[in-house]
Ligand binder design. Structure first.
Ligand code: PMP
Length: 422
């Protein structure tokens, strides 16, 4: 399965080192945002001169844009292997998709989420006023399935929803999505899959995994910022209040004789896409879906696995490095890995990778504070502020944050080798 790295933007960017030399930037922070594929850029550049308003213009370019926008929806549906009757809603990103769904689930729905989730999949449910049962961090995949089974068995009647990640944004570990979904469905619960870290690395099939909804972000799937997807079953989405009130979501709006305004909302994706949509963003996501499908996930996964094996073997030779795994050493992961280095402050370490080697990684708590604290064996809330803000851990003391290295389809072997050398 020969597969060269896919061409991405920024691959020729030179960055200054502390020494004054310049070196090619090694982007090893794909888990935060991946560089866009050159192919996506080319597609968007070819289309940009022609874009016009979507669903609101009679002119040729408006019709063209409307066609391309709707074609992008179909491309995403194919990419995700959706079922008959499923819908694709274009959103701003995963965070937006999950907040949309949180507002759309029927009142009284009880939500289940492992405390190890990214904040985007952990927090929207309670924020929307739903009751949430947080499940403790499992230390194996089997334990995750058993914990969900037990929690659902004792849950009262009524609608239930599990929100689970496909691949952790901290450890990169794969979650047992099919087994969790089977367990949830057996108890009458629905499932939403946070595929922000899974979709860029592995083929996902909604049909085969059985999940009810899936969410991902364009900017982690080699497309630019500003667009994401929520896709899946239509019933709860069509029955819910629209995510935003405004033009495009309405079938009719009429002034009533009593002075009020009566609104009939669309069903289907338009219901939750009020306002002028991000047609460039949707088109870019569809372009990335096509490019990944054409490159072939089998080949992409095989190549990425080779890099993961090289990285984990290289790190295992450095006694001061501790790789963070929730499910134990050697557990299957995508190209995302977090670690700490003995006697090093993680923020200083990451800064040194940048200043001395031109390597861009991330340090912090990665918007998954409970998970990182569990992995570091620390139950005391550290006084960090924003998502992933660096904590001050002093040399020789227990780390309060970690370093994350992450890569994907555009990563050349040299970046991983340079990282291990560093
Ligand atoms: N879920 C996971 C697993 C993520 O890694 C991220 C982004 N780091 C999100 C959700 C949120 O994605 P976004 O910031 O694009 O909304």
């Amino acid at each position: 399965l020969p597969c060269a790295p896919l061409a991405v933007l920024g691959r020729d960017v030179q960055v200054p080192l502390a020494s004054g030399e310049k070196v090619g930037y090694a982007a090893l922070d794909y888990a935060a945002s991946s560089p866009a594929l050159q192919r996506v850029w080319d597609d968007v550049a070819a289309y940009a001169p022609y874009y016009g308003s979507v669903h609101r213009g009679a002119g040729y370019l408006s019709q063209l844009s409307t066609d391309l926008f709707e074609q992008s929806r179909r491309t995403v549906a194919e990419f995700l292997d959706l079922r008959e009757g499923d819908q694709v809603v274009f959103t701003r990103a995963t965070t937006d998709s999950l907040n949309l769904l949180a507002g759309a689930v029927p009142a009284g729905t009880r939500v289940f989420a492992f405390e190890t989730e990214h904040h985007a999949s952990l927090l929207p449910w309670a924020h929307a006023g739903l009751e949430v049962r947080y499940l403790a961090a499992p230390r194996s995949r089997a334990e995750a399935v058993a914990a969900l089974d037990a929690a659902l068995a004792e849950a009262p009647e009524g609608p239930k929803l599990l929100c689970v990640t496909g691949a952790s944004n901290v450890t990169g570990e794969l979650w047992p999505v099919a087994a969790l979904t089977e367990t949830a469905h057996r108890h009458g619960a629905r499932v939403v899959l946070d595929a922000a870290q899974l979709a860029p690395h592995h083929r996902v099939s909604v049909r085969e995994s059985g999940v009810d909804w899936i969410a991902f972000s364009g900017h982690k799937l080699y497309a630019p910022f500003g667009a994401g997807v929520l896709a899946g079953r239509s019933d709860w989405l069509d029955a819910a209040e629209p995510y935003l009130a405004g033009g495009g979501a309405t079938r009719t709006v009429a002034r009533e004789t009593d002075g009020s305004v009566a609104v009939q909302w669309h069903t289907g994706p338009a219901r939750h896409e009020a306002g002028s949509p991000n047609v460039i963003g949707a088109y870019a996501i569809a372009s990335a879906c096509r490019a990944l499908t054409e490159a072939g996930f089998e080949a992409l996964e095989a190549r990425e696995q080779r890099l993961i094996d090289r990285l984990t073997a290289g790190l295992a030779e450095i006694p001061q490095v501790k790789v963070l795994n929730l499910f134990g050493p050697g557990s299957a992961r995508v190209g995302v890995l977090s670690f700490v280095v003995q006697d090093w402050n993680s923020s200083h370490f990451s800064a040194a990778l940048s200043a001395e080697y031109g390597i861009g990684v991330r340090d912090g708590l990665f918007c998954a504070h409970p998970l990182v604290r569990t992995l570091l064996g620390d139950d005391t809330p550290a006084a960090d502020s924003a998502c992933g803000a660096p904590d001050a851990s002093l040399p020789g003391e227990r780390s309060l944050n970690a370093i994350r290295v992450s890569f994907g389809a555009g990563t050349p072997d040299e970046h991983v080798e340079r990282f291990l050398t560093a």
